[in-house]
Ligand binder design. Structure first.
Ligand SMILES: [Fe+2]
Ligand SMILES: [Fe+2]
Length: 310
């Protein structure tokens, strides 16, 4: 397992890892997306084997690195994960050959990097107002984790663009939408929106981590590792944006309003973008029956269940 991961340029397990060779003076292209103050910390972070060094739970992730349970509850570690090279072999319909499911996850992935940049900006924007040591540390971890997710999903999106998915257009749209929101909203509104969207990512994460059928959608090894690693870290930091919002005096009323707005927007945009993405796919257009069957399968999948919508 560790060899496979290393071969993908991904992560190394503790038992086989050598200390990563780091050139402290040079910033690699992939590191350039990580905020400068986090790069040193990232470089000092040991590499993990996602599936052997981390025990997955829906409420927290504990590591086998020797932390005691209490401190692990409060830790949001940053893992240096590289999957870019392994994405080169991702096939067009990476979700078990299913057209609509593949398009839906391509759309989700395309919204992640710029969405996560917005989350980072929202939380980093109030960092100087945090006087709780634990929360300050968790915010550092949150920023590091989201920056890593953005970097790896952007690499995955580049592969999807090669395969014909409109991921570049969706990335541009997502970035513009969040930049527009930033022009009009206050820091508390951005934190409320971030906390609401983190609720969605945590719900999806819980499903992927606890339901083998949901995980089974990702047939390709690198895609499965990308989503499982992302899910694990979403579960780890799911409370950070909410805690930050409460810490800076955000009200319950504004949080509920943001949740309602995000509820509507998230589902509408996901459905609309997936429909557009499928309609642009020549294979889907040439095989309408296969596409309709695929849409029906999605409606019966764990991702369209009541659990996913809560
Ligand atoms: Fe994330
Ligand atoms: Fe997150």
């Amino acid at each position: 397992m560790a060899d496979q991961l290393a071969d993908g340029g991904a992560v190394r397990s503790r038992s086989t890892s050598r200390p990563p060779v780091l050139d402290k003076g040079r910033v690699t292209r992939s590191e350039a997306v990580v905020p400068i103050r986090h790069r040193q910390r990232l470089r000092a972070t040991p590499r993990y084997d996602i599936l052997t060094d981390v025990k997955i739970s829906t409420h927290r992730a504990t590591t086998t690195q020797g932390y005691d349970t209490k401190s692990v509850d409060r830790t949001v570690p940053v893992r240096d994960v590289h999957l870019e090279r392994a994405f080169a072999s991702v096939p067009k319909y990476f979700a078990n050959g299913d057209i609509v499911m593949s398009h839906m996850f391509a759309v989700l992935s395309a919204t992640f990097p710029d969405g996560e940049s917005y989350f980072v900006r929202s939380v980093a924007g109030v960092q100087d107002r945090i006087n709780d040591e634990t929360l300050a540390s968790n915010i550092e971890g949150f920023i590091g984790q989201e920056s890593m997710h953005g970097r790896e999903h952007r690499a995955f999106n580049a592969r999807l663009a090669e395969l014909g998915y409109p991921t570049r257009a969706i990335e541009r749209y997502t970035d513009r939408a969040y930049r527009l929101l930033e022009r009009v909203g206050t820091s508390r509104i951005h934190l409320a929106v971030t906390a609401a969207l983190e609720h969605y990512t945590a719900t999806l994460a819980e499903m992927l981590l606890t339901d083998p059928d949901a995980r089974g959608v990702f047939e390709h090894d690198a895609v499965r590792r990308l989503f499982v690693w992302h899910a694990l870290e979403e579960a780890e930091h799911k409370a950070v944006a909410f805690d930050t919002y409460r810490h800076v005096g955000g009200s319950e009323r504004m949080r509920r309003l943001a949740m309602t707005a995000v509820d509507l927007d998230f589902l509408l945009e996901l459905v609309a973008m997936t429909a557009v993405s499928v309609s642009l796919d020549p294979v889907a257009r040439r095989h309408p029956l296969r596409t309709l069957r695929s849409a029906a399968l999605l409606m019966r999948s764990p991702f369209a269940s009541a659990k996913a919508a809560r």
